[in-house]
Design a protein around this ligand. Structure first.
Ligand code: SF4
Length: 425
């Protein structure tokens, strides 16, 4: 399969502008500038590209709403705040292929009628910041960014804005609040950012991986792109594979590939020849899948039939030695820590889930604890201000659904977890 996002990233000079141009980079900009902005949006629609941040919303449709809004200026914001545990795929593009993202943003900005772009970067990515800033300087020098791109009249300015390490700033309205200099709290929707985003102007927020697909679609055409991957979700997908596998890493594979193939063909199978127990397929806010579901196709639509979500494509693999109570506790501790505290079901719910799981894990669980856990998760679902609360509740429910016996065993035993995974820590 031809690589789109990680093409040439094994080359030592892949992050340098000359290295990028040498391998065919920046060809998409002159091609795009010959088209009308509306034609570019049509091409993106035809390609079937869906947002790679987690929701899988059709990109062309999102663009057309912002483009139709007559307010000006418009902003293009790249969401590079990848904070979902298990996710490290965007970092690969930022560090190894930054000019692909810049090229994608210039083309996208032209299509949307935007002259200003921001890359909102995760606070914990200082190395990526240095690489990105150097790449942006190079792109200005070679006139791929700035006032007169390629000597013409089109302009697009781009800057990096670094977050401060809050998970919630990956949510687009919290990201915009933070970009404007305020605390990263999600906003009430509607209005949606496409009409009233940064500084109340039309704003498109797209993920790094989404925008990095744009040069290929413009250069090779929507037809070529839509032939890759699955029918409803074309293209390739970056999967960051971690946990109990022989070869953890970032893999660019066609959408719709099965979890089994990702784990056994690409990530080298289970470490130490152990048996697989469970997989979190798209980062910890996506429901866990037990071993009998690992043949599920990994795309935004197909995986729903298996009871989970593609999320960011962060595949976390657990073998037979992993304690699911500990996994649940760790996950809820993360959500409790990252809850912004704006709404009660999430602020209190994540805290209660964490406390109950802690006592179960430490052999102090009570008989009615499992009922309490599912009741709290049920109360949170659909009643929180943003997706963080829903993500925590869904993850909790899925662990209880598939591994209830393990939770019951912990409560009955009235001692600390005995699994080999727990003993190590
Ligand atoms: S769901 Fe959680 S993170 Fe989202 S607004 Fe409410 S408290 Fe904040």
């Amino acid at each position: 399969m031809e690589k789109i996002l990680l093409k040439n990233t094994e080359n030592a000079d892949s992050a340098d502008i000359d290295g990028y141009i040498k391998t065919g980079g920046y060809k998409g900009i002159p091609k795009a500038f010959k088209l009308k902005p509306s034609d570019i949006i049509e091409e993106i629609k035809k390609s079937g590209l869906r947002g790679r941040g987690g929701a899988g919303f059709p990109t062309g449709m999102k663009w057309s709403i912002a483009a139709a809004d007559s307010k000006f200026p418009k902003y293009l914001v790249c969401n590079a705040d990848e904070g979902e545990p298990g996710t490290f795929k965007d970092r690969h593009i930022l560090e190894k292929n930054p000019h692909l993202l810049i090229e994608g943003m210039v083309i996208s900005g032209f299509a949307l009628g935007s002259e200003y772009g921001y890359i909102y970067l995760r606070g914990e990515y200082p190395h990526a910041k240095d690489i990105l800033e150097k790449a942006i300087r190079q792109a200005y020098e070679k006139k791929f960014l700035g006032k007169g791109i390629l000597g013409g009249k089109i302009k697009f300015h781009l800057a990096v804005y670094q977050g401060a390490g809050a998970y919630i700033c990956g949510e687009e309205t919290a990201l915009i609040e933070s970009l404007e200099g305020r605390r990263g709290h999600p906003r009430l929707k509607p209005p949606f950012p496409v009409n009233a985003g940064a500084w109340k102007m039309p704003t498109i927020v797209n993920n790094v991986e989404t925008l990095s697909n744009v040069p290929y679609i413009i250069d090779a055409g929507a037809g070529a792109y839509s032939k890759i991957g699955s029918k409803d979700c074309p293209g390739t997908k970056l999967f960051s594979v971690s946990g109990c596998v022989e070869k953890p890493g970032v893999y660019e594979l066609p959408m719709g590939i099965s979890l089994r193939e990702i784990i056994y063909t690409h990530a080298g199978g289970i470490r130490g020849g152990k048996k697989i127990k469970a997989v979190i397929p798209g980062g910890i806010s996506t429901p866990v899948l037990p071993v009998d579901k690992i043949d599920c196709p990994m795309d935004f639509i197909s995986i729903q039939k298996y009871g989970s979500m593609l999320g960011s494509g962060a595949v976390i693999v657990m073998d037979e030695s992993v304690c699911m109570v500990k996994v649940a506790h760790r996950s809820m501790k993360f959500f409790e820590h990252e809850s912004c505290g704006k709404c009660i079901p999430c602020r209190e719910g994540t805290s209660w889930l964490e406390k109950i799981l802690q006592r179960i894990e430490h052999g102090k669980g009570r008989e009615d604890d499992l009922g309490l856990l599912s009741g709290i998760a049920e109360t949170m679902l659909g009643k929180t201000f943003c997706q963080l609360g829903d993500g925590a509740a869904c993850a909790m429910q899925s662990m209880l659904k598939h591994f209830r016996g393990e939770f019951e065993e912990h409560i009955k035993r009235k001692s600390k977890c005995q699994s080999s995974n727990a003993k190590k820590e």
